[in-house]
Design a protein around this ligand. Structure first.
Ligand code: F6P
Length: 362
């Protein structure tokens, strides 16, 4: 029992995901019932490095936000206090560790514990801060569903719904024009969104990073569609998919960063060149992260928020809340960030796709 808690902080880090606001609301409501004050840190940890970067969160501040997308606290996937970029006069960038400043700022604000909501990067930062003495509890977040210690992350099923709806809409235009439509979905090194949305949206081909694809198998599937009189096809490609013997594709961003992208374009070109079928590609991109959470993700987010407050109350720091149906449990942060959860290639969902005749690229 952690009796010395009077004020906790909460922040959201990394890419946003539908359900973040629901977690924040649950944290604030549950913390107030414990008699604690809640401070919201804006933009990940960035808010601690400026004067106007924290806000008081009370029940009025979190009223009516459960169903809202995004995060009322703002987020960033750049503000890593452990590797803070500093630009020199000659334009060169060096990185400094500002974690002690984070601890000092939290001490100045009289914060007794932090609830850090984030993906693998943010939870890694939280783990580091815990090792430096901060009382931290993590809440896992990512639409990619690639965190090994939890069966699901909130935001994933909403992203799958958004992607499925997009695939549904591609069917009619693909059929009208007798085209192949190739759609690229998010997921980095894990093909969860592509597999689930592809299967739910009746895609003909689903390419995921876990199964390097064979160009011939993909094209044979397209030809088979035409041969059976179904003269259109839907191909779902995870952004991190790659061909046998090849590698994932990266695009250089305007800011000079390397970001996954371009696989739909490549697959579309390969299909068009090899089969002669008119092919179009699209990248669904950040639509998958946008909008409000569905009912399932709201519920999961609320459960995670309430469970995180329970862990603070119990003094179980250095842990992350995790879904292990039917329960929400605590797992050590170190364990939670150790591994990425990838699609099991012989799991039942892949087997279901194969049973339905979906080409998985191999
Ligand atoms: O981690 C979630 C994710 O949606 C990835 O699938 C994707 O590659 C990445 O975020 C893109 O994030 P951003 O454009 O915000 O850097």
């Amino acid at each position: 029992m952690s009796s010395e808690i009077r004020r906790i902080a909460v922040n959201t880090g990394g890419g946003d995901a539908p359900g973040l606001n629901a977690v924040i609301r649950a944290v604030v409501r549950a913390a107030e019932r414990s008699g604690w004050e809640v401070t919201g840190i804006l933009d990940g940890y960035d808010g601690l490095f400026r004067d106007d970067g924290v806000v008081r969160l009370d029940r009025r501040a979190v009223r009516g936000i459960t169903h809202l997308g995004g995060t009322i606290l703002g987020t960033t996937n750049r503000g890593n206090p452990l590797r803070w970029p500093v630009k020199g006069e000659d334009g060169s960038v060096t990185y400094v560790d500002r974690s002690q400043e984070v601890l000092d700022a939290l001490a100045t604000l009289e914060i007794d514990a932090l609830i850090a909501i984030g993906g693998d990067g943010s939870l890694g930062i939280a783990h580091h801060l815990f090792q430096k003495g901060l009382k931290v509890v993590g809440v896992p977040k990512t639409i990619d569903n690639d965190l090994a210690a939890t069966v699901l992350t909130f935001g994933f099923t909403t992203a799958v719904e958004t992607a499925t709806e997009a695939i549904d809409k591609l069917h009619s235009t693909a059929e009208s024009h007798e085209r192949v439509m190739v759609v690229e979905l998010m997921g980095r090194t894990a093909g969860w969104i592509a597999l689930y949305a592809g299967l739910a949206g009746s895609a003909d081909v689903i390419l995921i990073p876990e199964i390097p694809y064979d160009r011939n198998s993909v094209c044979e599937k397209i030809e088979a569609r035409w041969a059976e009189g179904r003269e259109f096809a839907i191909v779902v490609v995870a952004e991190g998919a790659f061909p046998i013997g090849g590698e994932p594709l990266f695009k250089q961003t305007r800011g000079g960063e390397k970001r996954l992208g371009g696989m739909a374009e490549l697959v579309a070109r390969e299909i068009e060149e090899r089969t002669g079928r008119e092919t179009r590609e699209l990248v669904l991109g950040h639509l998958q992260r946008g909008g409000g959470p569905n009912a399932y993700d709201r519920l999961l987010a609320l459960r995670f928020g309430a469970a995180a407050v329970e862990l603070v109350r119990d003094g179980s720091f250095g842990c992350m809340v995790a879904l292990d149906p039917p329960d929400v449990l605590a797992v050590p942060l170190g364990e939670a960030i150790a591994a990425t959860k990838r699609v099991p290639v012989d799991g039942d969902v892949v087997r279901t796709a194969r049973a339905l005749g979906v080409c998985m690229g191999d």
